[in-house]
Design a protein around this ligand. Sequence first.
Ligand code: GUN
Length: 338
Amino acid sequence: MKFRFAAHSQCKILEPDPESRKPNPMPATILDGTKIAQDIRSEVAAEVKIMAAAGMRPGLAVVLVGHNPASEIYVRGKVKASEEVGIYSEKLTPPESSTTAELLAVIEDLNRRNDIDGILVQLPLPGQVDSKKILMAVDPAKDVDGFHPVNVGFLSTQRPGLVPCTPAGVLEILKRSNIPIAGREAVVVGRSDIVGKPAAMLMLNANATVTVCHSKTHDLPGVCRRADILVAAIGRAGMITRDFVKPGATVIDVGMNTVTDAAEFNHFFAGNAKREENFRKKGSTLMGDVHPEVAEVAGALTPVPGGVGPLTIAMLMFNTVKAAKMRRGTRVPELSRA
Ligand code: GUN
């Protein structure tokens, strides 16, 4: 919220500026992540077809340890998407009780296999496993999650490499929606290794002026209001209210929060008939980190669901083909090396 000095006052009293409360005359453009993800998947499928015809069908191994229900859903989506674009995929399911040493052996075997171009270890891993050690063991050339320090280093030094899927998806949404990045103020809320930090690095590489905020940031709404591009990756339902958003800004919502509490649901979605019907049926709704009221202020906004989410899997498909092309080098047919 902007503030102005009260005109009637001898001393300077700060009051909310009514201008910033006015609804945007143009409601936010909704950025259709589902459509963008479908375009990318079609492009990847065309690449895979050419590579497969040349005897180089890309292969992806997904390692799912134990029975985390959310991870099982994500992995199912990844395997299904691979089938749809023609990538060979293999799901490995070591037991919940697996040790670090046992998982290292699984990874080493996948590193050696020539038919496997991409390795993805679904997180989180069970508590007894040293996750950092496992992620370090993945051959950087097959690290389609982009989590290995070698790929993190490539990203931060602007060298070709594999980029984490969700942040890569954020950049694709901006680019394919013709939202300029160079020279603009970008603010990322959240500093995770998986989303916040790589998203900031990608926008820095695209010549934005980037600020990364976190739980200790002073005046978070004020910092966020500087943003032409605001990326919310916090993991708290509806935390980014209109007071965090400069009118006309592009807001990218990376949050995926499941709301089950009826009071919380009503707080955000009372009067939204479609959501209400869905909530009645399922007992939950998926929402992002951005409050629905932001649609009245932002210039463009990614919805949840249907915004960044679909891009994560599309970029995994893209990364698997990229890894295959990088690894198989000059043997890849010309058309697919662009
Ligand atoms: N768990 C939640 N998000 C991700 C992701 O992007 N990659 C992996 N490997 N695990 C996850």
